[in-house]
Design a protein around this ligand. Structure first.
Ligand SMILES: Cc1cc2nc3c(=O)[nH]c(=O)nc-3n(C[C@H](O)[C@H](O)[C@H](O)COP(=O)(O)OP(=O)(O)OC[C@H]3O[C@@H](n4cnc5c(N)ncnc54)[C@H](O)[C@@H]3O)c2cc1C
Length: 415
């Protein structure tokens, strides 16, 4: 066991998943080197997300009601869904697998296994927060969802699945919504409030505080693009443009970019991306006390240090296509629908949610190489699930016992 703990571990990716893995590995006594092609805090998903810590969000998008709504959502200019048509042919295999995962059984399989880890997400964050000075970067004011009287079947399904899983939820009426958030225009009919949910005032600053903690504890960081992972006598070797690094074990935590590396390891994991967007309305964060999501239009607004961060869209278009101006317009129009007049927006941002067609992450050893571990594919919930995923994967590397059922997250489910 002592030998195991002295192992050197390379972690690829310094988003919330990679940094959380690195920190929990350090807690367990491992020597860790973190690699990223950019400086931590660069504008990847872990920087630009909506900042929700959402331990309640067990029900994912692999559902028949969502599937049935796809044509209407694609035609609507206010809706959340968009396509880059040049990418559709490449995504067909992913879509087929997604459709096969929308049955009631598969939906519940995902919901139960998301619930298993979401339920542990906040305590895992607190283990890391205990070691940094948060300086007001996390608010404990809950998260509010609101809706109108359309698509009520979807809302009923969400409420009943969460009830079945034992997720605490507080249904709220018009007056209660108004009392919580008086500046929202009264287009809503009802909603649900999660008082125990939290939000980040600035995800980038939190990430950088974690990164500083990692360095303070003796962690090494190398800013370099990892091109490939190879093997030398059972030991994984990371290849960059000009160097090779041998470790006892490595963790691939490159979010939506992980597929390039896993393809090279002869494992065909159907990872793709749901592209999402944000804009900021500077100096307007006083208009909301907490994140508010308008369920019918699939967008939300979070009060942050940068102002109001308006976040939304699921766009299928891969990693290479440029930002869509129409999606930015969609966010601006939706924000004005919710709050009325707003000043000129700033900071048009596109980010990549890493998503598997069954909406479960991949966590655990590679199917083909026991010294390579994966931690990616946390789709809409990767910010919430960073520390718990790091705790789980580091526990696997340290060969700790667990009473969690980790099989559903294994990459071998795709073979
Ligand atoms: C619009 C939007 C809103 C969201 N809102 C929320 C939310 O409110 N709550 C929530 O829980 N989740 C949210 N998410 C999801 C969440 O942001 C992601 O799931 C999460 O950030 C993924 O983290 P990651 O570390 O896996 O990937 P990333 O943040 O993408 O980080 C991956 C890192 O790997 C590096 N990298 C990639 N390839 C290489 C390579 N070959 N060599 C070296 N480095 C490499 C990249 O530079 C990057 O730093 C949102 C996502 C989006 C897009």
């Amino acid at each position: 066991m002592f030998m195991e703990k002295n192992n050197s571990i390379g972690v690829i990716g310094a988003g919330i998943q990679g940094i959380s893995n690195a920190l929990f590995l350090q807690k367990k006594g491992f020597k860790v080197t973190l690699f990223d092609k950019d400086q931590p805090g660069s504008p990847v998903a872990s920087y630009g997300n909506a900042g929700h810590f959402s331990p309640y969000a067990s029900l994912s998008l692999n559902r028949t009601d969502v599937l049935a709504d796809v044509p209407a959502m694609l035609l609507s200019s206010t809706g959340p869904l968009a396509l880059k048509w040049n990418y559709v042919p490449k995504m067909i295999p992913w879509f087929v697998k997604f459709i096969l995962n929308t049955s009631k059984n598969k939906m519940m399989h995902t919901a139960k296994n998301m619930h298993q880890i979401l339920d542990l997400a906040l305590p895992a964050y607190d283990e890391l927060f205990d070691e940094i000075d948060l300086e007001g970067l996390v608010e404990n004011k809950g998260i509010l969802y609101i809706w109108n009287d359309k698509d009520l079947k979807s809302r009923e399904l969400e409420i009943s699945v969460r009830n079945e899983l034992g997720v605490k939820q507080q249904l709220v009426n018009k007056k209660e919504i108004h009392d919580l958030e008086p500046n929202i225009k009264p287009f809503y009919h009802a909603g649900v409030y999660y008082p125990y949910a939290r939000h980040a005032r600035n995800p980038k600053k939190i990430l950088l505080k974690f990164f500083d903690l990692f360095l303070k504890k003796g962690g090494k960081f190398l800013k370099t693009n990892v091109k490939n992972v190879e093997y030398n006598n059972e030991k994984p070797v990371l290849k960059t443009d000009d160097s090779k690094f041998t470790f006892d074990k490595i963790v691939i935590a490159c979010g939506a970019f992980s597929k390039k590396l896993t393809d090279n390891l002869d494992e065909k994991i159907p990872l793709d991306t749901e592209r999402g967007y944000h804009v900021h309305f500077k100096n307007c964060d006083h208009l909301l006390s907490r994140p508010v999501i308008f369920s019918n239009r699939g967008f939300g607004i979070t009060p942050m240090e940068q102002g109001l961060r308006v976040v939304g869209t699921v766009e299928f278009g891969g990693l290479e296509n440029p930002l869509s101006k129409s999606r930015i317009k969609n966010l601006i129009n939706n924000a004005k629908y919710m709050l009325g007049d707003l000043p000129e927006h700033e900071d048009e941002w596109l980010g990549f949610r890493p998503t598997l067609p069954d909406f479960l992450p991949v966590m655990g050893p590679s199917k083909n190489h026991k010294n390579i571990f994966y931690c990616f594919g946390h789709h809409h919930l990767g910010w919430t699930l960073g520390p718990i995923s790091g705790k789980i994967v580091s526990g696997m590397i340290a060969k700790e016992n667990t009473n969690l059922n980790l099989e559903p997250y294994s990459s071998s489910r795709f073979s």
